[in-house]
Design a protein around this ligand. Structure first.
Ligand code: FAD
Length: 475
């Protein structure tokens, strides 16, 4: 019986549930759909699309070693998916299609439509849990609802991990070669300008590159993660998010690498490992939120009362934030890191998101969209979760009155100004005391060519407090 493995955000051969199931069920052909219209609608960043294509080329090679040919079909968007997939099934007399589940609203609708269309032609549809550790709907409160508080969600996850650790899936042996040629992988897609070579080099493609990065992190860095993860000048975090988002790496591989670095323990022993596993569970939490509260997929605030925040329409301030010229060095350096590398350190994501939504009082959806358009790891669940956390509109979000001060954050987490200097050559000669707020130098001493802050931090803080206070349910 001929099987079809439809790859989406699971671009790897190892520990891939759907691929293993397909190959166990019969001889397998693989498929990937290039859907530029859909990607544009989802604000997928050009550097992310380029990362997908580069990984696809590596995946095609890895599949060829298993004698699984990878076909590539172009269609505008997912509305065309049922017909395209049915065509491939007809051409290759496919009897079953295998996929790994995806959780956005559009992704779920697409899968329901494809499955329904295929069932009319008596083709089976097998959807597998793979992208996360626990199936959404399987980690619930006592009253049967989705958790809204991360610490409670995490507690249940740990109980489950203690009783049954999800093991990696074994890769079947190479199958007998088929008389089907694999397709060439496009190197670019219209509408998505290729990124710079220097950006590409930061994110080498392929599961071997991803596994090496994971191994190096587990061997050399995870032990220091708890102490170093908040300092953007240090290589304190794994930088695996792009690989996890594209499925070049699985959360099970990450979990097992972390456990191996901690004598098999995940909630005691090395505090760095425990803290890192908690981050993997944040990823898990936001995916569950996406399914449990689908309104967050529709650009709606998780807390309905915050829909009434009087967000400001301030296009010039928004542009200054986007282009890294707010006059607040830590914010500007972070935005330049994003534009140059497609990635931003987590502490900085929180700082720039709070600055946009609180000090500038600009709608979190503007920031969410801009991030999505530039992040190589852009992921609806994590990005929406991070933005709604920072804007105090989300589940388990930062309380609205806890507003980060970007200058004190900068002093605390980039004490020598090393990160700022890396991205802001115009501030290279400013000493480590003044670099966090060069405007305080005033007049002749202020660095030339660097703007004054576009907003007064304490007045804008008061403005944000007033905007939120008036609408909080308990006010
Ligand atoms: P590590 O610290 O090494 O963490 C390991 C992995 O855990 C990450 O690769 C990621 O998959 C996951 N993870 C870590 N922190 C979080 C978190 N807070 N929420 C969900 N998953 C997490 N992460 C994305 O993957 N895609 C996004 O689009 C995204 N947008 C964000 C937007 C904002 C405003 C904020 C505050 C956070 C966002 N995050 C996003 C979460 C986090 O910033 C990144 O996952 C992290 O910086 C990636 O770096 P790393 O791989 O070195 O992480």
């Amino acid at each position: 019986m001929q099987q079809l493995m439809w790859f989406r955000s699971d671009l790897r051969t190892q520990d891939n549930t759907a691929l293993s199931q397909a190959m166990r069920s019969g001889s397998t052909i693989a498929l990937y759909l290039v859907t530029p219209g859909q990607w544009q609608r989802h604000d997928d960043a050009p550097c992310k699309v380029d990362f997908w294509l580069r990984n696809l080329a590596e995946l095609s090679q890895a599949l060829a070693a298993l004698n699984v040919p990878l076909l590539v079909r172009q269609c505008h968007d997912w509305n065309d998916a049922p017909l395209q997939i049915a065509d491939v099934c007809r051409e290759h007399t496919i009897s079953a299609v295998h996929v790994n589940e995806e959780y956005g609203i559009n992704e779920s609708l697409r899968d329901r439509q494809v499955a329904a269309y295929l069932s009319q032609q008596a083709i089976a549809w097998h959807s597998h849990l793979d992208q996360i550790l626990f199936k959404p709907g399987s980690v619930l409160t006592r009253s049967g609802g989705y958790f809204q508080v991360y610490s409670q969600f995490r507690k249940v996850c740990y109980e489950r991990l203690h009783s049954a650790l999800p093991g990696p899936v074994t890769l079947p042996r190479a199958q007998t070669p088929l008389a089907v040629k694999r397709d060439a992988i496009p190197t670019a897609v219209t509408g998505f300008a290729p990124p710079s070579e220097s950006l590409r080099q930061l994110w080498p493609a392929g599961e071997q590159a991803a596994l090496q990065r994971l191994e190096r992190f587990a061997e050399e860095q995870v032990a220091f993660y708890k102490d170093e993860r908040d300092f953007p000048a240090k290589p304190g975090t794994s930088q695996l998010s792009a690989y996890l988002a594209a499925g070049v790496l699985s959360p099970r591989q990450c979990l097992h690498a972390a456990l191996a670095a901690n004598q098999g323990e995940f909630d005691s022993g090395n505090a760095g490992v425990v803290t890192w596993v908690n981050e993997l569970l944040w990823r898990e939490f936001y995916k569950h939120i996406l399914v449990g509260y689908p309104r967050v997929s529709r650009h709606r605030a998780f807390r309905p009362e915050t829909e009434a925040v009087p967000w400001r329409d301030a296009p010039q301030e928004l542009a200054a934030w986007q282009e890294g010229r707010t006059g607040l060095p830590i914010v500007d350096a972070a935005m330049r890191q994003l534009l140059a590398t497609g990635w931003m350190h987590n502490r900085l994501r929180m700082i720039v998101a709070m600055f946009l939504t609180k000090n500038l009082l600009i709608d979190w959806r503007e920031g969410e969209r801009f991030f999505m358009r530039h992040l190589i790891d852009g992921d609806l669940a994590a990005n929406n979760g991070g933005w709604q956390w920072s804007a105090s509109t989300g589940t388990d979000a930062a309380p609205y009155f806890r507003i980060f001060n970007p200058i004190s954050q900068s002093q605390k987490f980039d004490p020598d100004g090393q990160f700022i200097r890396q991205w802001m050559p115009e501030l290279a000669t400013v000493n480590k005391r003044d670099i966090h707020d060069p405007s305080a130098l005033g007049g002749l001493f202020a660095p030339s060519g660097y703007p004054r802050p576009i907003v007064d931090l304490s007045r804008s803080r008061e403005r944000a407090l007033a905007a939120f206070k008036n609408l909080s349910p308990e006010a």
